[in-house]
Design a protein around this ligand. Structure first.
Ligand SMILES: O=C1O[C@H](COP(=O)(O)O)[C@@H](O)[C@H](O)[C@H]1O
Length: 427
C-alpha cells in the first residue's frame, strides 16, 4: 500500500471526523488498485507512474506500507527503493513485525534495508505501541511529581507486564501462529514497553532523544536465561482440529523474568506474561511497590501484607484505566484497614472516541514522529536479549509446556512468579 500525502495532520483529523459515508467516498476516490509484482522493477515502476499521475507536479511525499511476508520484505524494499521513491519530497517506509526471526536474520535484514534507505526513513510498526497505555506510561512518569521519586529499585519491588489473549479461533493461520509469540509480541511490544517504562528521562520529546534512552535500557537488560523462561502451547481437545497445532514447538505462551543491570533497576524483576488462548483478554502493566518499612498498622491490614502494598496499575484491556492501590481506614469505630483502588476509568472520565492504534501510528509517520517505532540499534539490542533462549529452543528442540485452551496458562508461570517472590494475580 502506498499513501501520497498532501494534507497536514489537522486537516486529516478534521476529515476523519466527518460522517462515515462521506468519509468513505472521499477515501475511495483517492484509492487505486494496481496489478503487478511488488518485488520487481516492472511492478514498482508502474506504481511510481501511477503516483506521479495523482501527485502535485512540484511537491509530493510518499509513505510505503509494506504488509508483506517477511521472506519477501527485502526484495520488495529494494525494488521500491530503486524504482518507486519520489524525488519531489520525502519517502517513508513502514515495515511490519517480526523484523527478522533471530538476531542473525534481523541483523542481515537491517543491513540490507540500510543499504537502500536512511535510518530515518524506516518505521518498524507494532500497532500495540499505538495504544493509550503506552503513551501514557511516559506522561504519567514525567509529568507527575508523585511517581518520579518512587521510580527505582529503592521503592519498586517488581514490575509485571501482562498480555493475555483469549482469542484462539482467529489465530489459526495467522501471523502469530506462523512466527510464534516471541517474534510476534515479545521482541517488539513487550521489550518496547519495558524500555519506555524503565528509561531515564529523555532530554526532549523528540523521537531521537526518546529512542536514545530506550536503546540504553535495552542494552542494559541482561540476556535472558532459559531458566527464567516458561514456554507454553495451548492444547485443544482431541476432536478440535481447528485449534490443534501441528507444529509442537511453536510457543503460544511466553513468561519470563528479566533484569535491567543499571543503577536504577538493579535486582528488580520485570515479569512478563504473554499468551494466547487463555481464559481472559487482559492487557496491563502492574508496578508493585515495596512494603512500608516498620508499618505502624501491620496488625490491622489483615493476614496478607502483600495485598496491602501499594500498586500502580495501567490497564488497557478489558477497560482502559489507571488504578492506584492504597490502604485506607474502613469507616466505623474500629481501626481496620482496607486495600482499595483509586480508580480512573477512561470510559467514565472521557466521553471521547478512542482512536484506533493504527490511526495514531500512521499519523505519527505522516508527522515524522518516530518515538514509538524501533530504531535499528534498539531492534538489535532486543534480539540480543532473547538470543540465549532462541538458541536453546533451536538446539534442544524444546517443546513448550501444554496448557488447556481457555485456561490459565502453564503452571510453570506461577512458579516463576513465586521464585521472584511475586504472586501472579489471575482475576
Ligand atoms: O500485533 C498483534 O496484536 C494482536 C492484538 O491486537 P488487538 O488490537 O487485537 O488487541 C495480537 O493478537 C497479534 O498476535 C499481534 O500480532
Amino acid at each position: 500500500m502506498c499513501f501520497s500525502t498532501k494534507t497536514n495532520t489537522q486537516e486529516w483529523k478534521a476529515l476523519c471526523r466527518q460522517n462515515c459515508g462521506d468519509k468513505m467516498v472521499a477515501f475511495l476516490s483517492r484509492t487505486y488498485y494496481l496489478n503487478g509484482g511488488y518485488d520487481n522493477k516492472e511492478g514498482m515502476s508502474k506504481l511510481h507512474a501511477q503516483m506521479e499521475l495523482i501527485e502535485d507536479e512540484s511537491k509530493a511525499n510518499r509513505i510505503f506500507y509494506l504488509s508483506v511476508p517477511q521472506e519477501a520484505l527485502l526484495d520488495v524494499a529494494t525494488s521500491l527503493a530503486v524504482n518507486a521513491q519520489t524525488k519531489k519530497g520525502w519517502n517513508r517506509v513502514i515495515i511490519e513485525k517480526p523484523f527478522g526471526f533471530n538476531p542473525v536474520s534481523s541483523h542481515q535484514l537491517t543491513q540490507s534495508l540500510l543499504s537502500s534507505f536512511q535510518e530515518d526513513q524506516l518505521y518498524r510498526i507494532d500497532h500495540l505501541l499505538g495504544r493509550n497505555i503506552i503513551e501514557n506510561l511516559t506522561v504519567l512518569r514525567f509529568s507527575n511529581l508523585v511517581f518520579q521519586p518512587l521510580w527505582n529499585r529503592t521503592y519498586v519491588h517488581n514490575i509485571q507486564i501482562i498480555l493475555s489473549e483469549d482469542l484462539a479461533v482467529q489465530m489459526r493461520g495467522r501471523y502469530s501462529a506462523e512466527y510464534g509469540i516471541i517474534g510476534d509480541i515479545v521482541q517488539s511490544h513487550i521489550l518496547q514497553t519495558i524500555a519506555l517504562l524503565a528509561m531515564e528521562p529523555p532530554i526532549s520529546l523528540d523521537g531521537e532523544d526518546i529512542r536514545n534512552e530506550k536503546a540504553k535500557v535495552l542494552r542494559s537488560i541482561r540476556k535472558l536465561e532459559p531458566s527464567n523462561v516458561i514456554l507454553g502451547q495451548y492444547k485443544a481437545s482431541s476432536e478440535d482440529k481447528v485449534h490443534t497445532y501441528s507444529d509442537t514447538l511453536t510457543p503460544t505462551f511466553f513468561a519470563a523474568a528479566l533484569f535491567i543491570d543499571n543503577a536504577r533497576w538493579d535486582g528488580v524483576p520485570f515479569l512478563i506474561k504473554a499468551g494466547m488462548g487463555l481464559i481472559k483478554h487482559r492487557v496491563e502493566i502492574r508496578i508493585q511497590f515495596r512494603h512500608v518499612p516498620g508499618n505502624l498498622y501491620r496488625d490491622r491490614i489483615g493476614h496478607n501484607s502483600d495485598l496491602a502494598t501499594n500498586e500502580l496499575i495501567l490497564c488497557d484491556v478489558p477497560d482502559e484505566a489507571i488504578l492506584v492501590r492504597v490502604n485506607n481506614k474502613i469507616p466505623g469505630l474500629s481501626l481496620q484497614l482496607d486495600a482499595s483502588q483509586l480508580n480512573l476509568m477512561y470510559k467514565d472520565k472521557y466521553n471521547a472516541e478512542i482512536p484506533d492504534s493504527y490511526e495514531h501510528l500512521l499519523l505519527d509517520v505522516i508527522d515524522g514522529d518516530n518515538h514509538l517505532f524501533m530504531r535499528s540499534d534498539e531492534l538489535a539490542a532486543a534480539w540480543n536479549i532473547l538470543s540465549p533462549v532462541l538458541q536453546e529452543i533451536d538446539k534442544k528442540n524444546i517443546a513448550p509446556e501444554l496448557y488447556e485452551l481457555g485456561g490459565r496458562g502453564p503452571v510453570g508461570a506461577f512458579y516463576l512468579w513465586a521464585k521472584h517472590a511475586v504472586r501472579l494475580v489471575e482475576d
